[in-house]
Design a protein. Structure first.
Length: 292
């Protein structure tokens, strides 16, 4: 069995990290290590062990800072990971029990694997599923964001093929920029349309306070500026792609995503639980109807 290194950034995560770790302990694939990277100075070992969560596969690291960001925390985890297969798990999310057993055989053949994601409220109510409408199989990276319009933290990759780190200049949406880097190494990814990952919307989380996709409507401007920065990078050749058609599709996705941010801002005025994923799905549907 290949070792899977699961990297878990943790910032003020005491309310949720036990659930995340328990979802690893429940995996039917047992050959994993968890690298919990504290970005808040907290002693997560003592905290979890006080909750009777103990396992030799769990390792505790730290960024050495407070609020350095998930990019820094993930890079610390990558630097200490022993497995060639890497998975990402936010401290407020969870894997379904068969996630690793399902994706590990696939990632051995396809260096990057994504799966469908269930978006849930903090209490566990399912709001939406993203990525279940595509048949299982290899897909061009040009179509990645047609399928995975939500979080990218559900991907599992073979870092012996995909050699990337997170851009620490980005304090949010670092997973989006990370995917752009990954596409320099691969022209296809494998998608599993089965929900294997639960993504919890945490209104009080740090991500929520800076990312409108998590219902932080006051921060749409930051999201839009970040996406405009990525558009500029694409236009100036900052990124290279194994599949040359990917660039045009990413530009199209980012422009549509910016439109979705504006639409989400309007919806949040009357719908506090409005989702970015619903906003962008609306725009995609409108575009398809206009094309008829």
């Amino acid at each position: 069995m290949q070792l899977v290194s699961v990297i878990i950034p943790a910032y003020r995560a005491q309310a949720t990290i036990q659930r995340a770790v328990n979802s690893l302990l429940a995996q039917t694939y047992p050959h994993w290590e968890a690298l919990i990277v504290a970005d808040d100075g907290a002693d997560y070992r003592t905290f979890l062990e006080s909750q009777l969560v103990r396992d030799d596969r769990i390792h505790y690291l730290a960024t050495g800072q407070v609020g350095a960001g998930s990019s820094r925390a993930r890079n610390v985890g990558l630097s200490q990971a022993k497995g060639s297969i890497v998975a990402f798990l936010d401290a407020d999310d969870e894997f379904l029990p068969d996630k690793l057993a399902t994706v590990v055989p696939l990632v051995q053949q396809h260096p990057l694997v994504s799966c469908a994601v269930a978006i849930c409220t903090a209490s566990g109510e399912r709001l939406r599923v993203v990525g279940q409408e595509t048949a299982a199989g290899p897909v061009s990276t040009a179509r990645y964001f047609e399928i995975n319009v939500s979080t990218n933290s559900m991907v599992v990759l073979d870092r012996s093929v995909i050699s990337c780190t997170f851009d620490e200049a980005h304090r949010f949406s670092d997973d989006l920029e990370f995917m752009f880097q990954c596409f320099a190494f691969i022209g296809q990814f494998y998608h599993v349309p089965t929900v294997l990952h639960k993504y919890y919307k945490q209104p009080q989380s740090v991500t929520a306070s800076i990312n409108s996709s998590h219902n932080g409507s006051d921060f749409n401007v930051d999201c839009i500026r970040f996406k405009e920065k990525l558009i500029n990078r694409l236009q100036t050749g900052y990124y290279t792609f194994a599949d040359p058609t990917t660039k045009a599709h990413l530009l199209d996705f980012l422009n549509l995503s910016i439109e979705a941010e504006f639409l989400l801002e309007k919806r949040l005025a009357t719908q506090p639980n409005a989702l970015f994923e619903e906003a962008i799905a609306t725009l995609v549907t409108q575009r398809q109807m206009q094309g008829l």
